[in-house]
Design a binder for this molecule. Sequence first.
Ligand code: G3P
Ligand code: CA
Length: 231
Amino acid sequence: MEIIAHRGASGDFPENTLLAIEQALLQGADAIEIDVYAVEDELIVIHDPKLERTTNGSGTIYQHALSYLLQLDAGQGQRIPTLWQVLQLTHGKCWLNIELKGKNTAEPLLALLTKAEQQLGLDPAQLLVSSFNHHLLLQLQQACPALKLGALTASLQLNYARYVADLKFYSIHCDVNFIDQSLVDDAHALGLKAYVYTVDELEDIHAMQQLGVDGIFTNYPARSRVIASEH
Ligand code: G3P
Ligand code: CA
């Protein structure tokens, strides 16, 4: 079962920052999940459209210039990173799950993939791009067939797995509160990976192992690895 650091090692460090990502790498995470929004054709790494919870800014990201957003304190002196910075940091070290949030992310992502291919030698197949917006993912698939795509779902069951298989997704990403054996089995029968968020507690980690899921998103990658290895 793969251990995917949710917003980096966000249980102990400021979420979606380079520090949290560095710490997740040190903790031996197999992968890192981050959330991105498009602002002025740049992709920035932050979970909420509102700034108050994770930064010293106020209002929404769309109310501000990129230069303002990038100088905010995101905790422990960290800044809001750009996706380009995260790609530079993680390339060759672990795989990356980019969750697209907000509007107008397709074009800047495709432009960034071209840049990363040219400057880092990054193969798009090393990335897993996910979103609750599946129309957006289809648009990306048409533009860049090599990209792995993950369909996020909070609560849809059973037939849903067939739906995403038709759309040639790589994985389904399910809420831990709604996952069950039939959904995992359905996903696997269709050749899809089943990833589950957000799994931090011992009982949940063991339950996910019992279900045979392929990976968990966790805020505590090191601790979750230990718990998983004991079962
Ligand atoms: O990608 C899995 C999970 O992160 C989706 O929910 O709200 O934490 O972005 P959220
Ligand atoms: Ca996310």
